[in-house]
Ligand binder design. Structure first.
Ligand SMILES: [Zn+2]
Length: 212
């Protein structure tokens, strides 16, 4: 899989210093500056320490199963804002090459918040997943939603959410992470009809082989 992050640091130099400091015990395969410079930090064949305690589609050791890409960005802590155009333009070809070379399913190009919903919110609701999906580098937000309620009760919903990939140990946080990724205009952790319909469509598309 590929996990996208923001650095939550003032600038790329500060982030680079931290990502290369042995004491910090954090690393990522790539850092992309806001100006669009791609810095390779860890060989793709090697394990980097970017995901921490995390989970995705049954995998608990995400670091051993992923490429980590850090986006130079102030994050929510230092002034959340749009991701720069230059950075996005640098990310697209890098990601395209990585998913191609490693045969990574689009459903496994995720944000840090998707794999660690109880702890993380990066890269956050302003990350342009929809634009990345136009390049077929991640799943698109489903548009054709079924009418009616696909899940009988909340337990059925959470089971489905876990089947899609999320750690649902903290249900409210898992729903927040799901919303941050799939319905960023309203993030409240509540399982509403639209959230249920989006998850149902995502699972159906994957089960029927329309996405992988
Ligand atoms: Zn992160």
């Amino acid at each position: 899989m590929v996990v996208l992050h923001y650095t939550e640091m003032a600038d790329a130099e500060t982030a680079l210093a931290r990502l290369t400091d042995p004491e910090a015990k954090v690393s990522a395969h790539y850092l992309i500056s806001e100006a669009g410079e791609v810095i390779r930090l860890v060989d793709e064949a090697k394990r980097a320490w970017h995901a921490g305690v995390s989970f995705w589609r049954g995998i608990r050791d995400v670091n051993s199963a992923s490429i980590g890409i850090e986006l130079d960005h102030p994050g929510h802590a230092l002034g959340y804002r749009e991701f720069s155009e230059a950075q996005f333009s640098a990310l697209v070809p890098l990601l395209a090459r990585i998913v191609e070379e490693h045969g990574i399913p689009r459903a496994n190009v995720v944000g840090h918040s998707d794999v660690a919903p109880a702890r993380k919110i990066d890269p956050g609701e302003l990350f342009p997943w929809d634009r990345l999906a136009e390049y077929k580098l991640c799943l698109a937000r489903p548009d054709k939603l079924e009418a009616g309620d696909p899940f009988d009760n909340d337990a059925a919903f959470y089971l489905a959410l876990e089947r899609f990939g999320y750690d649902v140990t903290d249900g409210h946080k898992a729903v927040e992470a799901f919303q941050r990724r799939w319905r960023p205009e309203k993030i409240d952790g509540e399982v509403d009809g639209q959230v249920r319909a989006i998850l149902f469509r995502l699972l159906l598309d994957r089960d029927q082989g329309r996405t992988r």
